[in-house]
Design a protein around this ligand. Structure first.
Ligand SMILES: C[S@@+](CC[C@H](N)C(=O)[O-])C[C@H]1O[C@@H](n2cnc3c(N)ncnc32)[C@H](O)[C@@H]1O
Length: 278
């Protein structure tokens, strides 16, 4: 039946139907706990200053050249786009976390930017990056089909920042529920369905260090596209709608329009910080 519907219905109709189903499914999930006591207040994250900080601009120039020399500077399949990678780099440089958790390593686009920023900060910062897929596999790792010269681990080695990164293979909720560690910065860029993000934000809050933040990718405010091609991933927004309706002290700060290009000729980013309303 699914196959027949897929062959007769136009793509936009199918995508819309999946989005509607996803937004219904999140409402049916058992209610989770959202402990916001450690979440950083949004008023302490000056996004404009972070994006124009002269110290970050100067380290960015050098790190960007180095990363581009091994990774390129294009929008590769499934990785965070070049403008969003830069925004992640600026956030790490400004917030100075010493323990970072990334969900969704894939080809390592964001991983390399986080790792180089941690190296630049020179405070012994560590990143655990997790993926359900073995992203470093020499035969089947996604870096191969993306046309990269090496795996995320190999590229981190070439960039002399692999000491800052531990790669983890497995479902992220298992890791988040088992770890004793606390993280200052958690980047959720794994499964973007509303139900998965709802559960992951709950699990992330339970392992967040004091004044920590959660960064979401593919957060489209109002479940509206940010780009001229109308592309839209609505899961993270729908998940946060439910989180906020149950926990009004939680807030989302979309990074919005950046001072540099991101995707499809725009400066818009789908990155958004989960913070505490003050
Ligand atoms: C959009 S990609 C991440 C892109 C990556 N941040 C980059 O810049 O290259 C999403 C990744 O999340 C992984 N993923 C999906 N569900 C997951 C889960 N439950 N646990 C861990 N990883 C998951 C996928 O295998 C995929 O590699």
């Amino acid at each position: 039946m699914k196959k027949i519907l897929k062959s007769v219905l136009p793509q936009p109709v199918i995508k819309k139907a999946f989005r509607v189903r996803d937004s219904m499914q999140v409402l049916l999930l058992p209610r989770q706990e959202f402990d916001c006591t450690t979440l950083r207040p949004g008023t302490t994250v000056p996004l404009d200053e972070i994006n124009s900080d002269p110290r970050i601009l100067s380290t960015w120039a050098a790190d960007h050249d180095a990363i581009s020399s091994v990774f390129g500077n294009d929008d590769r399949c499934g990785g965070v786009n070049p403008g969003d990678r830069r925004a992640v780099y600026h956030l790490i440089m400004a917030l100075k976390p010493t323990s970072v958790l990334e969900i969704g390593t894939h080809i390592g686009a964001s991983t390399l930017h986080i790792a180089r920023a941690l190296d630049q900060l020179d405070a012994g910062g560590k990143l655990i990056t997790a993926d359900i897929v073995d992203v470093n596999d020499r035969e089947s790792g996604p870096w191969r089909s993306a046309g990269l010269a090496d795996s995320p681990r190999g590229l981190a080695d070439s960039l002399h920042c692999s000491d800052h990164v531990d790669f983890h293979v497995g479902p992220c909720l298992d890791l988040m529920k088992r770890t004793d560690q606390r993280f200052d910065f958690i980047f959720l860029d794994g499964d973007h369905s509303a139900g998965a993000v709802y559960n992951e934000v709950s699990a992330a809050l339970a392992i967040l260090a004091k004044n920590g933040v959660i960064l979401l990718h593919d957060y489209y405010p109002g479940a509206k596209s940010l780009y001229p091609d109308g592309s839209l991933i609505s899961g993270p927004f729908r998940a946060m709608e439910r989180v906020i309706s149950e926990n009004p002290e939680v807030d989302v700060l979309p990074l919005g329009e950046l001072p540099w290009p991101t995707k499809l000729g725009t400066n818009f980013t789908s990155l958004a910080l989960v913070v505490r309303r003050s």
